[in-house]
Design a protein around this ligand. Structure first.
Ligand SMILES: [Zn+2]
Length: 704
């Protein structure tokens, strides 16, 4: 199509473009739903879906038959039936595992006879939490131990030789039960085995770490050293400890891989993760180890916590956690089933709608399937779950569509600035071992229509928050600052102290904790919103504001600070700068990560992000909506863009800007109904499209 208008980037961010030009609506045929061309990165043409089944549902043969009947009545809802070994989280006694393995063999055979692949999912390898201890593994096994010597009696140290002998016997029995695959569950982690947090600091692990780094520690000395010394000493030791944690899991996986593949060569192994910052996020290495020398197929299940719908934002938050997890997987891992879980499975706690939406949103963020853990944890009639299974059958075609178009292509957009060492920078000035360490800084940015990216390689813009920059290498910092960087005041100060002042262009002049109000000044990036104000209400939502000072020529203010009389108290709280690497920088000193969702700020933010990226963001929502965007360039100039309307009102008149010269796109709603949409206007490298409505908390797909 001909370009109708051209505007400069500096006039962006203002909603309101002429009306829709929707050419046609039709439910797409199966042929239309397939990708137009084969993607080099992936040959995936549908989602991979399983249901995870609790032990009470398979231990009773009649109940298991009822379950298979329910799946048969909703044919297509699942490809696989995956059987938990246990309903409780500590490891079981070996004789009980051996007894269950015989039953599992028969159940898997019954599922296979109905046309489902079927495998086992040991819920506990090393164990997790304290429950059912009288009926769980006991004896001379080393419990998981925290830095103060406290233990979890439901989980054991993976470096303990006696536990390793037990684990080998468990996986031997499971491999002999003839599964189609074996999933290792997310008890394999080193943080959060209740009642303790960080582990393992047992004598074996402290000795092992001491040997690895050539310095002898006691538990107390190691804990103190991880929070002591100079900043550089601490960071170096913490990085070494994260590597030790990666190695602990690699060593465990080597044992499992060799045990299983000695009995069942080529058997696919799978691993369920979460946002594993404390474990050093070593997914690439763990994947290599689990695939083994024979390169057996590998499965992955990203996870996180979003078990109920009482806090809807948990769902996009979990999607972003999954996006991070997928981003570090090798390309050959193509079966990535998201954890969709409703523990403890009380149907009134999560609707069918939310469960459907979750599965779609997690694929939007990078998964290629779903593992539904949503059925009863009791040996009881399944009638109350029948509507849910039927609803998930209805949702299945859209899951297939999302995977067929997005495949394993990484989304491109704004990256939250983490890396595999981010946890080393957690509480850098004192004792270590805070929370799990996931960066939440970009949640509002992404929820305001800017595209999410989960790796630096796919990020035209990186958003650095606070101390996390301490975990970055010099190469990582320079690479980000050669592109676009959005950062807050604490990150600015850290970077300046690290010697990067030439790249940042600003310094923090002072910090003010009360009565600060941001006011947009006359600047091309603010357009028609000059003079608008944003008040984060520091008296309620505590957030110190950093007043900024330009330190290099060309650093400009775009917002100043005023008080309640609207008199200027500082000339710059938000500033922009172009550095000597050719990269662009925005320092946001005032509520950089929150309170971004009024029209004026959301619009300024989009304007700034487009400027930072030098117009290389693949797509963003140009209108004023609470919509998450995951944009993948599947071939040069071709995109698969998933949208989540994270709002309880339907999203009407969503206008998306796509970096394309093409004049039309296909829009699919969650029922796979296809609408052809033509561009309303072009500006610079972007074309704008006015989309059909997106339902409340629904996912939609755009194919350009
Ligand atoms: Zn240990």
């Amino acid at each position: 199509m001909a370009r109708t208008t051209r505007r400069t980037i500096l006039q962006l961010g203002i909603a309101g473009i002429p009306g829709a030009q929707l050419l046609s609506r039709a439910v797409a045929s199966a042929d239309e739903l397939a990708p137009q061309t084969q993607k080099a990165e992936s040959t995936l043409n549908k989602a991979s879906v399983c249901f995870r089944i609790g032990e009470p549902l398979w231990a009773n043969a009649a109940r298991f038959t009822e379950l298979l009947d329910l799946f048969d009545a909703n044919r297509g809802v699942t490809d696989e039936v995956t059987l938990f070994t246990s309903e409780t989280h500590p490891p079981l006694q070996l004789d009980e595992i051996l007894r269950r393995a015989d039953v599992l063999r028969d159940c898997m055979a019954a599922a296979r006879a109905r046309g489902y692949r079927s495998g086992v999912n040991p819920l506990a390898t090393i164990g997790h939490h304290e429950e059912n201890l009288p009926n769980s593994l006991a004896g001379e096994y080393m419990p998981m131990t925290d830095p103060n010597g406290n233990v979890c009696r439901g989980s054991f140290c993976p470096n303990d030789a006696r536990l390793r002998a037990y684990i080998a016997k468990v996986y031997e029995a499971l491999a002999l039960s003839k599964p189609d695959y074996i999933w290792i569950d997310d008890d394999v982690r080193l943080f959060g085995h209740m009642p303790i947090g960080a582990c393992c600091f047992c004598d074996t692990c402290v000795t092992l770490f001491s040997e690895r780094i050539g310095t002898s520690f006691t538990r107390d000395a190691l804990r103190d050293a991880l929070g002591g010394g100079t900043l550089q000493d601490r960071l170096k030791l913490r990085r070494a400890f994260l590597q030790h944690n990666r190695d602990t899991i690699s060593t465990l996986f080597k044992l499992i891989e060799t045990t299983v593949h000695a009995i069942a060569p080529g058997l696919p192994l799978g691993f369920m993760t979460g946002d594993r910052f404390y474990e050093g996020y070593g997914f690439d290495t763990w994947a290599e180890v689990l695939a083994g020398p024979s390169r057996a197929p590998l499965l992955w299940r990203p996870g996180g916590g979003a078990y109920r719908e009482d806090k809807l934002d948990d769902f996009p938050d979990k999607a972003h956690a999954m996006g991070r997890q997928v981003s570090v997987l090798p390309e050959y891992v193509t079966c990535i089933q998201s954890e969709v879980e409703s523990f403890p499975y009380q149907r009134l706690k999560k609707s069918i709608h939310a469960t459907q939406m979750e599965a779609a949103a997690y694929i939007a963020a990078g998964c290629t399937g779903a593992a539904f853990n949503v059925l009863s944890m009791y040996d009881e009639p399944l009638g109350e779950y029948a509507p849910l299974v039927a609803g998930l059958k209805d949702a299945r075609p859209f899951l297939d569509l999302l995977v067929a178009h997005g495949g394993r292509v990484a989304p491109s957009g704004v990256h939250s600035g983490w890396n595999e060492d981010t946890y080393a920078a957690s509480n850098p000035d004192g004792a270590w071992f805070g929370g799990p360490g996931a960066p939440g800084n970009c949640f509002e940015i992404w929820a305001t229509g800017l595209p999410a990216a989960y790796s630096a390689a796919h990020a035209p813009v990186t958003a650095f928050a606070g101390d996390s920059v301490l975990a970055l290498s010099d190469d990582e910092i320079r690479a980000a600052f050669a592109k676009g960087v959005y950062l807050d005041g604490p990150a600015l100060t850290r970077l300046n102290n690290m010697g990067y002042g030439e790249l940042t262009g600003f310094a923090v002049e002072n910090t003010v904790t009360i009565d600060c109000i941001e006011e947009f000044i006359e600047h091309p990036l603010n357009g028609a919103f000059a003079g608008r104000r944003r008040n984060g209400r520091q008296s309620f939502y505590k957030n110190p504001a950093q007043m900024l000072r330009a330190t290099r020529d060309g650093a400009q203010s775009i917002s100043r600070c005023v008080d309640y009389t609207y008199a200027e108290t500082a000339p710059c709280v938000t500033g922009v700068f172009e550095n000597t690497l050719g990269g662009r920088v925005c320092v946001a000193g005032y509520y950089p990560w929150e309170q971004l969702q009024n029209l004026s700020k959301a619009s300024q933010l989009k304007s700034v992000m487009r400027w930072l990226s030098k117009d290389t963001l693949p797509a963003y929502v140009a209108s004023y909506h609470r919509v998450n965007v995951w944009a993948r360039e599947t071939e040069p100039g071709r995109y698969a863009i998933a949208l989540l309307n994270a709002y309880l009102d339907p999203a009407a008149s969503v206008e998306i800007a796509v970096r394309t010269e093409r004049g039309s796109l296909a829009f699919y709603d969650k029922h796979c109904a296809r609408t052809a949409v033509t561009a309303t206007v072009n500006e610079g490298d972007y074309a704008r499209f006015l989309l059909p409505g997106i339902g409340a908390w629904d996912v939609a797909l755009i194919v350009v």
